[in-house]
Design a protein around this ligand. Structure first.
Ligand code: TYD
Length: 215
């Protein structure tokens, strides 16, 4: 049985990743694949309980507590959902993964990147997504989009300079892993963003087939 692929979606809050995630799910299903869509923090019963704690705007916590809880949820997510699905050949799409910890806890909260790297090695043992779509938008654009959405969670209540640091940390991560992380300009029209996503995904799809020696 061929292993599935793991694709993650990233961006600051309000970058518009959800619309494109739903589109990718359909695209892959039409190729005849089993597709599993999940999210972080969350994706398991325990992970969703941790998500509720992490996003609750009445709560405060140390940046490292926040990171440890994110990685605790991730450990469970990998063990119970992501790895078993990939092993049975399903393609897994996750709305956020470890790049978000580097962006939010690292960039946003200022946690030392070395500590995050240690957690990443500990929890993932070298495992990482096959492809990451990062939707890049200026903070003002994401703010406008968020204002029309529902009540702000603990992260969405942060100030603009927090999101600017998150955005810069994502861009830094994209420079560090240029093969895996594809930066998409999320501020252009829906059609243009969709065209960019389509191009990246179709290219990724065809390289998988070439590399795996099929067709
Ligand atoms: P988000 O994915 O934006 O969900 P929704 O669309 O329902 O608001 O919310 C998750 C929040 O968690 C988001 O603000 C980013 C944050 N987060 C981290 O800070 N670190 C992480 O490792 C992950 C996965 C998410």
């Amino acid at each position: 049985m061929q292993y599935g692929k793991f694709i993650t979606f990233e961006g600051i809050d309000g970058a518009g990743k959800s619309t494109h995630l739903a589109w990718l799910e359909r695209f892959l299903q039409e190729k005849g694949l089993e597709v599993l869509v999940t999210r972080e923090p969350g994706g398991t019963v325990l992970g969703e309980a941790l998500r509720a704690l992490l996003l609750d705007q009445r709560r405060t916590m140390h940046a490292e507590t926040e990171a440890l809880l994110m990685f605790a949820a991730r450990r469970e997510h990998l063990d119970k959902v992501i790895l078993p699905a990939l092993e049975r050949g399903a393609w897994v799409i996750s709305d956020r993964f470890t790049d978000a910890s580097f962006a939010y806890q690292g960039g946003g909260r200022g946690m030392a990147l070395e500590k995050l790297e240690q957690l990443e090695h500990w929890v993932q043992e070298g495992f990482s997504p096959d492809l990451t779509l990062y939707f890049d938008v200026p903070v003002e654009v994401s703010r406008e989009r968020l204002q029309s959405a529902r009540a702000a969670d603990r992260f969405e209540r942060e100030l603009d300079d927090f999101f600017e640091r998150v955005r810069q940390a994502y861009l830094q991560r994209a420079r560090q892993f240029p093969q895996r992380i594809r930066v998409i300009d999320g501020s252009s029209s829906l059609e243009k963003v969709k065209a960019a996503v389509t191009e990246i995904v179709e290219k990724f799809w065809s390289t998988q087939f070439d590399r795996d020696g099929k067709e």
